[in-house]
Design a protein around this ligand. Structure first.
Ligand code: AMP
Length: 116
C-alpha cells in the first residue's frame, strides 16, 4: 500500500523543495538532506511505489529501464565510474527503510565504510 503523504511523494508534487541534481519525465535525483558520504544522491522514479519490489512488480518495463539507465546517467554525470560508488536500496523494516517511496542511494566521493 503506497502512502501518498510520504516525504518523497511531496517532493515529487513540488510541495516541498529538494536540492535537485537531475530530473526528467521518469525520475528525480536530489542530494540527501543528511549525507552519509561526500556525494550522497537519492534517485526516485516518478511512479507510486513503496519499495524496490513494488517498483519492479508494478511499473512497466519502459519506466523501469529508464529509471535504471538514469541511475547510470547520474553516475556518469558525476564522473564516479573510475573511483567507484555504492548503490543502496533499503527496503522494509529489516532493510532500515525510512521513506516508503522506492529510492536508490548513490554514495561516493570517498571510501564507503563496511556494514557491520
Ligand atoms: P532510507 O532509510 O533508505 O529510507 O533513506 C531515506 C533517506 O532520505 C535518508 O538518507 C534521509 O536523510 C533522506 N531524506 C529524508 N528527507 C529528505 C529530504 N526532504 N530531502 C532529501 N533527503 C531526505
Amino acid at each position: 500500500m503506497y502512502d501518498e503523504n510520504n516525504i518523497f511523494a511531496k517532493i515529487l508534487r513540488k510541495e516541498i523543495p529538494c536540492d535537485k541534481v537531475y530530473e526528467d519525465e521518469y525520475s528525480l535525483f536530489f542530494n540527501d538532506i543528511n549525507p552519509q558520504a561526500k556525494i550522497h544522491v537519492l534517485g526516485i522514479p516518478k511512479f507510486p511505489c513503496a519499495n524496490f519490489s513494488d517498483f519492479l512488480k508494478n511499473a512497466d518495463n519502459h519506466h523501469i529501464s529508464f529509471f535504471f539507465k538514469n541511475v547510470q546517467l547520474i553516475i556518469s554525470m558525476l564522473d564516479l565510474e573510475e573511483k567507484g560508488y555504492r548503490l543502496i536500496s533499503n527496503t522494509g523494516e529489516d532493510g532500515g527503510q525510512e521513506v516508503p517511496h522506492f529510492h536508490i542511494h548513490i554514495l561516493a566521493g570517498e571510501k564507503i565504510g563496511n556494514l557491520r
